[in-house]
Design a protein. Structure first.
Length: 163
């Protein structure tokens, strides 16, 4: 540790640096929905490559189990692809107005990222459209998620009729 004292003499009083040389890469997977011949799988990856903190990223894939085809967000929406950004940005606006945790989300960034290929996963109660930390707001917000209940037939097709 003597080398650390010489390298950072003004910070040595804080004690040894525990994370020097430590890297992490943790991956977990989950099945969030398995019904109506549709399976929704998420993968969360947490990485620490040095610095102040690590970062996590969620990816999701939804498949029709009969065909093996991946279902895009646009396949589940009852609105034309050309209206996805406008309609879902309005939903995020409502979330921003009603949930103080989301007061700092960037609606312009959200509008620019929403489309038929936007990331989402299925749950027992609805379709969850999400953005990872830093994509549409400060990292302290964490993941930004909008849950659209299956009962919202103005936005969603009936999942039972997809496959």
């Amino acid at each position: 540790m003597a080398g650390l004292e010489k390298r950072w003499p003004d910070q040595w009083h804080l004690g040894p640096v525990a994370a020097v040389g430590k890297y992490e890469n943790n991956v977990t997977a989950a099945i969030t929905y398995n019904n109506n011949n549709i399976i929704s799988v998420t993968q969360e990856q947490y990485r620490y490559n040095g610095g102040a903190h690590g970062n996590s990223e969620l990816t999701a894939h939804i498949f029709g189990t009969r065909t093996g085809d991946e279902l895009l967000l646009g396949d589940l929406l009852a609105i034309p692809d050309s209206q996805i950004s406008t309609k879902l940005t309005a939903e995020f606006q409502q979330l921003k107005n009603t949930d103080p945790n989301y007061s700092d989300i960037d609606l312009t960034a959200i509008a620019g990222k929403l489309g038929a290929n936007s990331p989402y996963y299925l749950t027992a109660t609805g379709v969850c459209v999400f953005f990872n930390p830093y994509e549409v707001g400060p990292g302290a917000l964490g993941r930004v998620e909008l849950l659209i209940p299956y009962s919202r037939t103005d936005l969603l097709v009936e999942v039972e009729t997809l496959i």
